[in-house]
Design a binder for this molecule. Structure first.
Ligand code: ADP
Length: 582
């Protein structure tokens, strides 16, 4: 009868075990799971109280994660000393423990007696998952309320084995979840960093930004950032270009013999030093921890980010990985700003060169032109026909040269922002009349028809009259050059919203689609023979585009090969532009 009862209760307990075990997989929330485990254990074993401890993976310390009928203070207090000893033992041996009198139990002898504990029946089982002990479960009962037996311990062990797996899974999940959240946070941060870095092409600002981020995000106390360069003795040194709290003249150059720099250069990787001596410190000041991360481009070290902290354990693995990723970003930004500086310097040099050359060429050309005109005018005696012809060739070529010089200095002035515009209100139709009369001779030479279609009562435009005339001259003279004899040129001027719109239409050779894509770029000239027969440098349209845009308009071209071209540009109306008050 008693045996039957025992079998029955055994079965009931197994069923209960099955039930609670089945619930374990239902949650991946660690706190929720631990509470479920503790409740199940109390329910299964009928224990009065109990707690569950997990081992911290980094420090190896046991920490109470859930408890029933006993608070954290009690667990930490002296009255539970023996319980903690029991747990420690279960964890270190990996064996479950059952005892009715811990004090007399040989395994715990020698531990200080604490009132009450010897009156208790204790069970403790390690939590084992994936071959590692991750913690333990402890339960106890006062002796008069029930003594645990072997079966109770088996049941507890069976359950804790299941529970340990579920706990480990939840912990892994939480870690992965946290790692993922950190990664997302980092990516968002890097997006911001990239945006900031890309905004700036100023090297010092880039270096300052990188250093600030590195310090803030690793919680460092300070740091420096430097780039490798050649010194006057032709030796490579690390020139510190920014350091927290340092003024410019305090920034030193670090020799490649410096132990930490030398190690970074050989290993091409980060060097983390603890208890940093003066010799090891990149900035020459001893500190508790130093993290030196190379800035690399195509595998070559080009600079160094150094962070310092007064706490020896300040830099964790994830901080190092973060600064390394930041250094990759920094490398790109540094290179961009260096390239930009180089381009700017080259641009400045080019601009200065062109100014000098165009100026120097103008002086002798003026005198050549003067003497040629004198000779052609018969000032030095009569000329033979051949002499006249030769001198005319000299004069034509001089004109070509002066067009080139004028165009080059225009481009130079536009690009360097030195082109001056005299903005004013004026009548575009009047300017057009002047341009047309100056070009009439060339048009007539080629027996071309020139039509003007100007809308009546056009309002005034606001622009630089001379520059608009330059645009008109260029477009009409191109129409003249690239339209065969007897062709037609039409200039239409009309209103288009807040602009006056000018169309220069010709029935000329037209421009292929491929060439249209390169139109308006410097030195572009089509390969067509009809183009090459005409003099030109391919600079006119690029200047025209810049002039039109600088005065608030736009220019486009529509053309079909063999049929003709239409160049259209706009100039803002005087009453549309906000003009400066006089
Ligand atoms: P240039 O006339 O000195 O060559 P431009 O910059 O004024 O320089 O023009 C560039 C090129 O565009 C010309 O060489 C020619 O190939 C093409 N082009 C310009 N205007 C016309 C046009 N009206 N018809 C056909 N091609 C043109």
């Amino acid at each position: 009868m008693a045996e039957q009862k025992s079998v029955d209760s055994q079965q009931a307990r197994l069923a209960a075990l099955y039930d609670v075990s089945a619930q374990l997989g239902a949650t991946l929330d660690l706190a929720e799971l631990l509470n479920l485990v503790m409740d199940s254990i109390i329910q299964l074993t009928g224990a009065e109280r109990g707690f569950l401890m997990l081992m911290d993976e980094v420090t190896g310390e046991l920490e109470t994660m859930a408890a029933r009928n006993v608070d954290q203070e009690t667990i930490a207090g002296r009255s539970m000393e023996i319980s903690r000893t029991v747990v420690q033992r279960a964890v270190s041996t990996g064996q479950p423990i059952l005892t009715d009198n811990a004090q007399e139990d040989a395994r715990f002898a020698g531990h200080q007696s604490v009132v009450g504990y010897q009156l208790r029946s204790i069970m403790c089982a390690p939590l084992r998952a994936r071959g590692r002990i991750i913690g333990a479960v402890y339960v106890d009962n006062r002796l008069f309320s029930g003594v645990f037996n072997k079966e109770d311990l088996e049941l507890l062990t069976a359950f804790t084995n299941q529970a340990a797996m579920a706990i480990d899974n939840a912990r892994l999940f939480t870690q992965t979840d946290k790692a993922l959240a950190r990664r997302v946070e980092e990516l968002t941060l890097f997006q911001r960093i990239d945006q900031e870095l890309n905004k700036s092409l100023d090297l010092n600002r880039v270096l300052g930004l990188v250093l600030d981020w590195a310090i803030t995000l690793t919680d460092a106390d300070g740091g420096s950032i430097g780039l490798l360069e050649m010194n006057d003795e032709d030796e490579t040194v690390l020139r510190l270009l920014a350091r927290t709290g340092a003024s410019e003249y305090e920034l030193r150059a670090v020799s490649t013999d410096h132990p930490v720099l030398a190690q970074v250069l050989t290993e091409k990787g980060s060097v983390h030093t603890r208890h940093v001596t003066v010799e090891q410190a990149v900035d020459g000041t001893a500190t508790e921890a130093q993290l030196a991360v190379p800035i690399k481009r195509e595998g070559q070290v080009m600079g160094l980010i150094t962070l310092e902290s007064q706490r020896a354990n300040n830099f964790r693995q994830e901080d190092i990985a973060f600064v390394e990723r930041l250094a990759d970003r920094a490398a790109v930004a540094i290179e961009n700003s260096r390239l930009y500086e180089a381009v700017q310097a080259a641009d400045k040099a080019k601009s200065e060169f062109i100014s000098v050359v165009t100026h120097e060429l103008r002086i002798p050309m003026t005198s050549i032109k003067g003497y040629t005109d004198l000779m052609l005018g018969g000032m030095v005696g009569p000329l033979t026909e051949q002499q006249k012809e030769f001198l005319s060739t000299v004069k034509r070529n001089l004109e070509r040269m002066s067009v080139l010089i004028r165009d080059l200095s225009d481009i130079n002035r536009i690009e360097s922002g030195r082109m001056k515009f005299e903005f004013d209100n004026f009548d575009l139709a009047e300017a057009l009349e002047d341009v047309v009369s100056s070009l009439r001779e060339s048009v007539e030479t080629r027996q071309q028809e020139l039509h003007l279609a100007v809308s009546a009562d056009l309002p005034q435009v606001y622009a630089d009259r001379t520059r608009i005339s330059q645009v008109l001259t260029n477009l009409i003279s191109n129409a003249n050059k690239y339209t065969p004899d007897k062709g037609a040129i039409t200039v239409r001027v009309g209103l288009d919203n807040h602009f006056v719109r000018v169309d220069v239409v010709d029935t000329g050779i037209g421009i292929s689609e491929e060439d249209q894509a390169r139109l308006f770029t410097q030195f572009f000239r089509s390969d067509a023979t009809a183009v090459r027969e005409q003099t030109g440098w391919g600079l006119g349209l690029s200047i025209v585009k810049k002039l039109v845009e600088a005065q608030g308009g736009e220019i486009v071209c529509q053309s079909e090969l063999g049929k003709g071209s239409t160049f259209t540009f706009t100039v803002p109306l005087a009453n549309y532009v906000l003009q400066p008050a006089n």
